[in-house]
Design a binder for this molecule. Sequence first.
Ligand SMILES: [Zn+2]
Length: 285
Amino acid sequence: MTLLVLLTAAAAAEERTGQVVFLCTTDVHGKNPSVYQAAGAWKSRLESEGAAVLLLENGDYLWGDPWVNRDHGASAVEAMNQAGYDVAGLGNHEFEWGTEELQNVMMNAEFSVICANLRKPDTDEPLFAAHTIRELAGHRIGVFGLTTPDVAEIPGEERTGTLCVEADEALVLRAQTEVDTLRASGCDFVVCLGHLGTSGSSKPNRSRDILRQVSGIDLFLDGHSHALHARMLEGTMQVQAGEYGETIGMAVLDTDGQLTAFLLRGTDAYALPEEGECAAVLPAS
Ligand SMILES: [Zn+2]
């Protein structure tokens, strides 16, 4: 029996060895804290099957339901720490409590907080880090963050203070600069963690606008418009996990370079789709 268990475990470990799996949540707004637990459980399971996993949150997690509002999002940060999140971007609603309080709450984060297009006016440095680089399964993976210029209206400049919010051509230029910087430092796979979305009202600062004008992004993890996407957009894989923890986005980079994306739906305990139901596949180049 022990031998059988060991053999089964070995087979499972082999199954995903060499794969890199990106798991992402977005726009949870404190409405479904169990999604963090589920995402953490998925991370553990995939790692036990041999995969290298990056767990990311796209934005709008510190404000919404009373569960997060009561402590300005500290509960969400704690839940994400417990789940083993690696990276989080910034949504516009992260600024509901003001920039200073955002920095206070994030002091407890055990994950990287990234956003490239929110800059301090005096030094032009990003408010947090612009990007993070991770070595996983033989890859050097660069992840950079972008947030929507809508932050200047929602929650508004009285909350973002004197921060410079790069938009339009400046946003495109910032994204290309980030890709070029990450490539120059040896990254072979570049992820944009962009809280930009697909709404027409966000034009010309949508994920589509960035992907049309910026070259070198391998995977775009999207948020802000609360939409469900695991598809090819302007020739790049785009994943957006909806709203309120309804799904967990999953993109799998296989050993042959093929990239496949799914949405793990909350209605079925965030189960994997049946064989043949995968939402999008980008063939190996
Ligand atoms: Zn948003």
